[in-house]
Design a protein around this ligand. Structure first.
Ligand SMILES: *Cc1c(COP(=O)(O)O)cnc(C)c1O
Length: 412
């Protein structure tokens, strides 16, 4: 055994989370560094969805809405997600997608706050920016303006014209982490609402929405929460805003008394108002089951291991001199980034394809980023060393120049 694999062995032995890998169905031999895009299948999800299909839907049919409490699954699952993001019960709901949830919370923030500017960052995830543009165009009379600045300019750009500051906690390309508590304080000093996208935070690192006094948040469950492709997202509305203004997608599930079937809309006064239509029970049962694994650890332990995995990867890249080809685009200090590391390279797409062909799954983000996620629940230190070994061979032999790795597919 060489010294590297001894290191990996020792690190894996000391890893208090190592037993959790067995909770996931991962293909033999695959090194999965893309849990930041789509988490793998938890075994508990498979059995829960099967149970909900056969026992609940199959046997109890429509009576399941009461009998199996399907009716309040969005609230129950929401509260369980809330526990992972520092939200007391009654403020988090599992529903819809990030995009739709953003529309809802943005519309409420704009009703509650006097400003007209939605301030965000140039390289925020596009759907976040598109939803603001959609609202702006729909309510053109209000002359809402989307203003985009560099992350470093954010704090200085918050002023009294701003109605809402919309940021993603962890930058999806670089992994850079924003100081949400400090941004929220500045937003509040300027009478603006703080809206945070937790797509790359929920299940990846400790978040304290209540303590930071964030106003609204959204996030998905298919990345670090491992609930499956297109699984329902979540939203958070601070208690002080509930019942103050209604989100405008007046669906019957958000009515104060849905089963009165009244022709006129009366908004529920609690978080339920943020529901729209009938929830996807199968998909939401998957979310609920995927959360079980988090009861066996805590967000700080997950964060500690994620930083350690990232540091090991980074130092192996440097030790082998690979940093002369790959430019680190993430903050160098693990405390300053989320659970991913990105490198820029003119052939990033092809390098990623060559890695995938070699059993290491990462992803590519335009324009030229190779993005690797370090997800502590199922990634071992041995995985990290093997991933660097394979990356080293691909870089040194310029394997990525092969034609087959250069062809672009629809989803990157
Ligand atoms: C993944 C991601 C999304 C995706 O939004 P959906 O509506 O769930 O497709 C949105 N914002 C950020 C920051 C993301 O990383």
């Amino acid at each position: 055994m060489n010294s590297m694999s001894t290191d990996a062995g020792l690190l894996d032995q000391q890893d208090s989370l190592s037993s959790l890998r067995s909770k996931f169905s991962l293909p033999e031999g695959m090194i999965y560094l893309d849990g930041n895009s789509l988490g793998p299948l938890p075994k508990a999800v498979k059995s829960r969805v099967d149970q909900v299909m056969t026992e609940q839907w199959g046997n109890s049919l429509i009576t399941s809405w009461n009998k199996h409490q399907w009716i309040n699954l969005p609230q129950r699952t929401g509260d369980r997600i809330g526990a992972l993001i520092g939200a007391a019960p009654g403020q988090t709901l599992c529903c819809d997608s990030i995009s739709i949830n953003l529309f809802k919370v943005l519309a409420v923030a704009l009703q509650l706050r006097p400003g007209t500017v939605v301030l965000s960052t140039e390289d925020n995830f596009p759907t976040d920016l598109y939803m603001v543009q959609g609202l702006r165009d729909l309510f053109s009379a209000r002359s809402i303006e989307l203003k985009l600045v560099a992350e470093s300019e954010l704090t200085a750009s918050i002023n009294n014209d701003v109605a809402a500051v919309l940021v993603t906690h962890v930058n999806f390309r670089t992994g850079a982490l924003l100081d949400i508590e400090q941004l929220t304080a500045k937003a509040h000093a300027c009478h603006a609402a703080m809206i945070v996208d937790l797509a790359h935070s929920a299940g990846a690192l400790p978040v304290a929405l209540d303590a930071w006094q964030v106003d609204f948040a959204v996030g998905c469950t298919y990345k670090y929460l491992n609930a499956g492709p297109g699984a329902p997202a979540f939203l958070y509305v601070a208690k002080r805003h509930l019942g103050k203004a209604a989100q405008p997608l007046y669906g019957w599930m958000g009515h104060a008394d849905a089963f009165a079937f009244s022709p006129s809309y009366q908004p529920a006064q609690d978080i339920s108002q943020y529901l729209t239509g009938t929830p996807s029970i199968l998909a939401m049962s998957a979310v609920d089951a995927a959360l079980d694994v988090f009861a066996q650890t805590n967000m700080q332990a997950i964060r500690d291991k994620s930083m350690q995995l990232g540091m090991v990867f980074q130092s192996e890249i440097a030790r082998r001199g690979l940093d002369q080809y790959l430019t680190l685009m993430s903050p160098s200090a693990p405390q300053a980034r989320g659970s991913q590391i990105s490198y820029a390279h003119p052939h990033a797409y092809a390098i990623c394809q060559a890695l995938i062909a070699d059993g290491v799954i990462g992803d590519f983000r335009a324009p030229d980023y190779l993005r690797l996620g370090f997800t502590p629940l199922y990634t071992s230190f041995a995985d990290v060393f093997m991933a660097v070994d394979r990356l080293e061979r691909i870089m040194q032999d310029e394997v990525y120049l092969e034609d087959k790795f250069q062809r672009r597919q629809k989803v990157t």
